[in-house]
Design a protein around this ligand. Structure first.
Ligand code: GUN
Length: 281
């Protein structure tokens, strides 16, 4: 078994981004990311703090907008409008989930597609479907980066993604398809999930349930990618039963230290891409 080390791979992505940000700066071009968080969700606060830290380490200007739970849809849309028009801001990210009284899709739709570093706007989602895109959602992008770094060829492989979210499962399936994988996306209504998973050469678990993928669901020699971040008794565990599965795999990502650090690195990469595009570089 080979451990796919997200800390090492994300460090190499961040180093690349840092160098390019510095090169742009020499031409007088700054790179800026605005992160909006509404309310007090503790996990979201940690994610946003980590994004800010990563920006600072790479020379990307970060602006954080922490709005109260009571923020109205109009107030949030007004902020997005202001950031859409703010030249020093190249990327806008609104941390999800939003409080229930806010319309998430309307907020996503309001972000200029050119500044949509999450790639959640329908225009960017559509471009991913067509295979012609600038931004890729950060988690699937990070997973593709890991597979490439590890020289794992996707062409002709049986790829199974568990989870059909707009953030991970759906775009993940599409990216694997673009790389000539034969893709199945599974979900809570899938019949014989175990049998489907057992065929996978590349298995991506994005379920949100701790240790959901057990050894009996994994083919010998599979590559297993664990997107889960679940807190169990104060400890972070993935969607894969790592201890049970690890000896069957050719390669596996750990939790923590796997996909998680990649997600932030790819956000930095998308922010750089936005700055370059907006400055015609
Ligand atoms: N919440 C969980 N993951 C993400 C993400 O990738 N982007 C945003 N905006 N919110 C999230």
């Amino acid at each position: 078994m080979r451990l796919i080390d997200g800390k090492v791979i994300s460090a190499s992505v961040k180093e690349r981004v840092k160098n390019e940000v510095a090169l742009l700066k020499r031409e007088g071009i700054t790179t800026g990311l605005a992160v909006i968080i509404v309310g007090e969700d503790p996990a979201s606060k940690v994610y946003v703090a980590n994004k800010k830290k990563a920006c600072e380490a790479l020379g990307i200007i970060s602006e954080e907008y922490a709005l109260p739970e009571s923020t109205t849809q109009e107030e949030l849309l007004a902020l997005i409008d202001e950031l859409n028009n703010k030249e020093s801001i190249n990327g806008i990210l609104c941390q999800l989930p939003l409080p229930k009284h806010l319309d998430e899709q309307a907020v996503i739709n309001a972000i200029l597609p050119e500044k949509d570093v999450d790639a959640f706007h329908p225009q960017n989602v559509g471009k991913i479907m067509l295979g012609d895109y600038d931004f890729v959602p950060c988690t699937p992008a990070g997973i593709m980066e890991m597979l490439e770094y590890e020289n794992i060829d996707i062409t002709g492989k049986t790829c199974v993604v568990i989870g059909r979210s707009n953030i991970v499962g759906k775009p993940m399936g599409m990216l694997l398809l673009h790389k000539n994988g034969t893709v199945t996306i599974c979900h809570s209504r899938t019949k014989d999930l175990k049998e489907v998973c057992k065929n996978a050469d590349i298995l991506v678990a994005a379920v949100g349930k701790p240790r959901f993928v057990t050894a009996d669901m994994v083919k010998d020699g599979a590559v297993v990618i664990d997107v889960g971040i679940n807190r169990v008794d104060g400890k972070l565990v993935g969607d894969v039963d790592f201890e049970g599965v690890k000896d069957k795999c050719e390669a596996i990502t750990p939790v923590p230290g796997g996909v998680g650090p990649m997600t932030i690195a790819m956000l930095m990469q998308n922010t750089l891409t936005a700055a370059k595009k907006q400055n015609k570089r």
